[in-house]
Design a binder for this molecule. Structure first.
Ligand code: FE
Length: 336
């Protein structure tokens, strides 16, 4: 009896040391390798801690739930507030009290319960044809339902996370009924069925299929880096619509400590590093996102698109409206 208990304890300890190596940290990431590698390289250089990343397209929460306490993941990285809130809701994260994070991330971009932390923001803006749209004609998100845009708008799917966050913000500002009417109005103005990613809409403007599209800010920078896409980018202006009486819609990319976190200490170091001025600078320069850190400025290219007032809607309220937003998008058959 005594022997078997000792054996069990020894086995358990071996299992722990097998996953928790002093010099490693494991990530599950929805963010692309080319984006986060420069950040992870800088982290390893500074701390000597090696990073292992599993890049996933979907099913991160399901995987963490299936792995349970045995999950090797320490940190999750993703875009979109409802994905961050969804992971918290599923119980696969744990809170992290950190003075470093409190100091480096403004309160509106981190969870009040310290379960998730925003590390960048992005605005969802209008790309508008330089030839066919005068910038002052793009004013509010509400105005996108005006018949003056009939047959002139391109967008990606209504069920994509980026669209749903915008629809959630509309619900927060105007309620579900008005949002449904707005979605019907925007749908009636579409030049074609929703399809493709944000860059594909700019290509469509360049090709003359439509005059304006919705897209995230950083794609402008990404397109300018690409020989073929440069032409698309140069055919449009970046314009910052607002919600009536409020600001421009923003969403976050963020990070959370997993519940299992076998390398917890290293994970905390990594999360704190991502919020540090050094990492914030890399995010700003390499991916054209807006840093959350108060000490870090957007890149010169990004600053050149102009400044804007961010919509004051609380991130948690956006996440809370996601299910209703999806329901409305389906009810109006936005993609149909
Ligand atoms: Fe994106």
């Amino acid at each position: 009896m005594l022997f078997s208990r000792t054996l069990l304890a020894a086995t358990a300890l071996t299992a722990v040391t097998a996953t928790a190596k002093a010099d490693e940290v494991n990530l599950y990431s929805y963010r692309q390798p080319e984006l986060i590698q420069p950040l992870l390289d800088a982290f390893t250089e500074e701390t000597g801690i090696k990073t292992n990343v599993a890049f996933l397209n979907k099913g991160m929460v399901e995987r963490l739930l299936a792995e349970g306490d045995r999950s090797p993941a320490d940190v999750i990285l993703t875009v979109d507030i409802s994905r961050l809130a969804g992971a918290v809701e599923a119980g696969v994260t744990q809170p992290l009290e950190s003075d470093v994070l409190t100091a480096n991330i403004p309160a509106e971009f981190r969870d009040p319960d310290n379960q998730w932390f925003g590390v960048t923001t992005r605005a969802r803006i209008v790309y508008a044809s330089k030839d066919r749209v005068s910038p002052e004609d793009v004013t509010t998100y509400e105005d996108l339902a005006d018949p003056k845009w009939k047959g002139r708008i391109c967008t990606r799917s209504g069920t994509h996370a980026y669209t749903l966050a915008l629809v959630s913000a509309m619900i927060e500002h105007h309620g579900a009924e008005a949002t449904k009417t707005w979605l019907e109005g925007v749908k009636a103005n579409l030049a074609r069925k929703p399809q493709g990613n944000d860059r594909a809409q700019v290509k469509a403007i360049w090709a003359g299929e439509c005059d304006i599209s919705l897209g995230n800010t950083y794609y402008m920078g990404k397109m300018l880096e690409d020989e073929e896409q440069q032409e698309w980018a140069n055919s449009v202006n970046v314009l910052f619509p607002v919600f009536e009486g409020a600001g421009t819609h923003v969403n976050v990319s963020g990070v959370a400590l997993t519940k299992s976190a076998p390398n917890r200490d290293n994970a905390v170091k990594l999360i704190e590093f991502l919020a540090s001025p050094k990492a914030q600078e890399i995010y700003a320069e390499a991916n054209y996102e807006y840093p959350v850190g108060p000490e870090t400025q957007p890149s010169e290219i990004v600053a050149g698109w102009g400044s804007f007032d961010a919509d004051g809607v609380n991130m948690m309220d956006l996440a809370a409206h996601r299910a209703e937003a999806l329901k409305l998008v389906e009810e109006v058959d936005f993609d149909g």
